[in-house]
Write a protein that binds this ligand. Structure first.
Ligand code: 5GP
Length: 290
């Protein structure tokens, strides 16, 4: 066996930060299982996409369940042939099924929520749709982090978390984003922990993001439903982008060019909806989640 790889101080501190983050995540999940917020079913499902959960020991998961102490956890693991040190990510398909059956009898399992990713060219009206869905209460709408400066009508924590480039980089290194992308000179990212928590609570989640990010989400979470919002016509999209008045002319021209490229990406998506009526778009999205 060769010598272990030498880490640079930066790699070492990034690895330590990631380990601390995972520990924090596991402690949080355990306390939510204890409080009855998360079912075993939802945790097992999320372990497919959440590394911190996948690395949690099965024993810890079982002991966190209400009504299951050390003794019952040990007996159950022996009966299901699960070794004492097995981690959730290392469970076999058969063992997962047996565990699910075991707890289906005694606990009320929460169905994890659906994840809908709404994308499309800038100016097509995604944020209007997202705002309506947030108001309707049918979706938990994710708030992204961005390095862009706030526009006059935007509020920190509501429209975006406005953060510095350094802070954004720190979060990328600490693996805190489900996806992130560069768009028109700024960076945008979806905080993963909040999204996963909402799904575990059984809430339907909406991400309103650009196309590159949507593809990343599908790669991490194949169950995500990707929806592409199209303008009724190119002319209408141009009129919307020109009429926005929040960007300078150079930025507007750049956004138009980007929009042209973005429109070509529709075929990658699970559904394409034309935004000719916001209400119709909203009701279609709600139907995808039910
Ligand atoms: P704006 O600057 O106009 O608010 O957003 C520019 C683009 O970034 C829009 O297409 C918007 O959907 C997208 N966007 C917003 N948040 C995120 C995010 O977290 N990730 C990605 N990939 N795109 C985002």
């Amino acid at each position: 066996m060769g010598a272990p790889p030498q880490l640079t101080p930066e790699q070492r501190s990034a690895a330590l930060a990631k380990a601390a983050q995972s520990r924090k995540r596991r402690a949080e999940i355990k306390s939510r299982i204890k409080s009855g917020d998360f079912s075993i079913d939802a945790v097992l499902e999320l372990s497919n996409s959440d590394e911190a959960i996948a690395k949690m020991r099965v024993r810890e998961l079982l002991e966190a369940l209400s009504g299951v102490g050390k003794i019952r956890a040990q007996a159950l693991m022996e009966r299901l042939n699960i070794s004492a040190t097995r981690r959730i990510g290392g469970l076999g398909r058969h063992q997962i099924k047996e565990l699910r059956n075991e707890f289906m009898k005694t606990t009320h399992a929460i169905r994890p929520g659906k994840l809908i990713v709404l994308s499309g060219p800038g100016g097509v009206g995604k944020s209007t749709v997202a705002a309506l869905l947030r108001k309707s209460g049918d979706f938990w709408v994710s708030v992204s982090a961005t390095t862009r400066a706030p526009r006059a009508n935007e509020l920190n924590g509501i429209d975006y978390f406005f953060i510095s480039v350094d802070e954004f980089e720190r979060r990328v290194k600490a693996d805190e984003f489900l996806e992130w992308a560069q768009f028109a000179g700024n960076r945008y990212g979806t905080p993963s922990m909040e999204v996963e928590d909402a799904l575990l609570r059984g809430e339907n989640v909406l991400l309103e993001i650009e196309i590159d990010g949507a593809k990343q989400v599908k790669a991490h979470l194949p169950q995500a439903i990707l929806v592409f919002l199209e303008p009724p016509s190119w002319e209408e999209l141009v009129a919307r982008l020109e009429g926005r008045g929040t960007d300078d002319p150079e930025r507007r021209a750049h956004r138009l060019q980007l929009a042209q490229e973005e429109l070509a990406a529709a075929s990658f998506f699970d559904h394409v909806i034309v935004n000719d009526s916001v209400e119709r778009v909203v009701s279609q999205l709600v139907s995808f989640a039910s």
